[in-house]
Ligand binder design. Structure first.
Ligand code: 4AD
Ligand code: MG
Length: 430
């Protein structure tokens, strides 16, 4: 009977067949050990010469690291390790013999591993990261659906910019008109809420970032959410509940993976709503106490975020940034018109920004003035202005960067390991 390694616990003493790869091999005399990986998990097959026919024995001894194999055997409990199962092999077949697998057991530098990303993805650590990523995606869809958000797919080719215009990827396919790869689906979701009320998108976005930091990719995955009749405070409550749910779901379903990644799960267990909140003005005071020389109306840099989040055990919202450092569409704070009703959510343990969000400007004249202040084309944004002419409502939304969430939850230093095939300023391959 074919099965998967993750199901071996249900088949103790049965004879089963596993199809996969040998990620490690070892043999001595008349016994060979094949460390198998089949996508669902990892298990050892013990091949004793006396238990198999000649063809199987020669297949087992011929098996090299990363060869593909099919192994049949009896499932047994590991004599010492609780929850670990083995196969006592009765037959082994070599599907394809791998010669000289380039990734060895010795330490490799990040460039070598990234050049071999197509193979490095097979490493247990990378398997674990992708499975955590999948759990985050899954939890997001579940939570959003359970809270009345439906998925709306925003376009990737756009005639306008949503965020910083200096980070646009251009194409001239459309002749006279420049088209850009989207930076965020937000503006389109703002249109959709007048149809569906609450929605989200989830897809690749592009930023021609000229920064080579551990937090920046040029192509990454964003989940944008948008909701009608939701104002600033409720926007933050939605975010904290979503993030707490995601972390809980990962803790519940990805224990083995977090263990492989040697992630200390204690800090993750503390991620429960409500999260901490500081206004930007309060954050500046705090940062200065911590030794920073940040100015009153400055944006927070990565170092400031790291410094701040090390002070807190839960994620931290920084609200009401100066309007001058944020996007044109954010609504001004009625109590202080130099500031906007926005918040960045910073992940603890030094990780920094994982979400950017705000209440949106819903007044036609004010939005028009903002577009002009930002030198954005009124013509290209005519449709967006229309949303403020026909049944405008208070509304808010936010976007999370999937790779930043994965890096934080997995405890990884750099976002490049969190996406299957990273695109960075200096990396397009493989
Ligand atoms: O803060 P950002 O730029 O916000 C927006 O794009 C809004 N339109 C979202 C919205 O309100 N619907 O980006 C959102 C998140 C950031 O908090 C960060 O997690 C991630 O996207 N992000 C990046 N992740 C990896 N590499 C980059 N270059 C990123 N830039 C932003
Ligand atoms: Mg941001």
């Amino acid at each position: 009977m074919d099965t998967f390694i993750s199901k071996l616990k249900d088949h103790v003493w049965d004879t089963v067949t596993i199809k996969g790869w040998a990620y490690n091999v070892r043999s001595s005399g008349s016994i060979a050990f094949l460390q198998l990986r089949d996508g669902s998990g990892f298990a050892q097959a013990v091949v004793a010469k006396q238990n198999v026919d000649e063809a199987s024995w020669s297949a087992a001894t011929d098996t090299t690291i990363e060869s593909s194999v099919i192994v049949t055997g009896t499932v047994t409990k590991h004599p010492k390790q609780e929850g670990v199962f083995e196969l006592q092999a009765t037959a082994v077949a070599l599907v394809q013999k791998a010669e000289d697998y380039p990734i060895g057991k010795k330490e490799h530098g990040p460039d070598f591993l990234l050049d071999n990303r197509h193979l490095w993805l097979r490493a247990p650590s990378q398997w674990a990261v992708q499975r955590v990523r999948d759990a985050i995606i899954h939890a997001t869809y579940d939570w959003m659906r359970d809270h009345g958000f439906i998925k709306i797919d925003a376009p990737i080719l756009t005639p306008t910019s949503c965020e910083d215009t200096t980070q646009l990827f251009e194409t001239d396919y459309f002749g006279e008109r420049k088209a850009y790869l989207t930076q965020s689906g937000q503006l389109y979701l703002e249109a959709a809420i007048a149809s569906v009320g609450r929605c989200f998108d989830f897809g690749p976005v592009f930023r021609a970032e000229k920064s080579k930091t551990r937090r920046h990719l040029t192509e990454f995955w964003m989940m944008d959410a948008e909701a009608a009749f939701v104002e600033h405070d409720e926007n933050l409550r939605i975010q904290e509940e979503l993030v707490a749910f995601i972390v809980k779901h990962v803790l519940e379903t990805r224990q083995e993976e977090l263990k492989i990644l040697e992630r200390d799960t204690e800090p993750l267990k503390k991620v429960v709503a409500p999260f901490h909140r500081l206004t930007h003005a309060e954050a500046i005071v705090k940062l200065r106490e911590l030794g920073s020389d940040i100015g009153d109306m400055d944006d927070l840099g990565a170092d400031d975020e790291t410094l701040l989040t090390k002070q807190y055990d839960r994620p931290l919202f920084i609200e009401k940034y100066p309007a001058a450092v944020k996007a044109f569409y954010m609504k001004r704070d009625p109590e202080d018109s130099s500031r906007v009703l926005c918040a960045d959510l910073l992940a603890p343990e030094g990780y920094g920004e994982i979400i950017g969000g705000s209440q949106r400007e819903d007044d036609y004249e004010t939005l028009l003035a903002r577009l002009r202040e930002h030198n954005l084309s009124e013509d290209a944004f005519k449709w967006y202005l229309d949303l403020r002419r026909y049944g405008s409502v208070p509304h808010s939304g936010f976007g999370y960067g999937l790779e930043r969430l994965v890096a934080w939850i997995c405890g990884l230093h750099h976002v490049r390991e969190t996406i299957p095939f990273p695109r960075l300023m200096n990396r397009l391959d493989p």
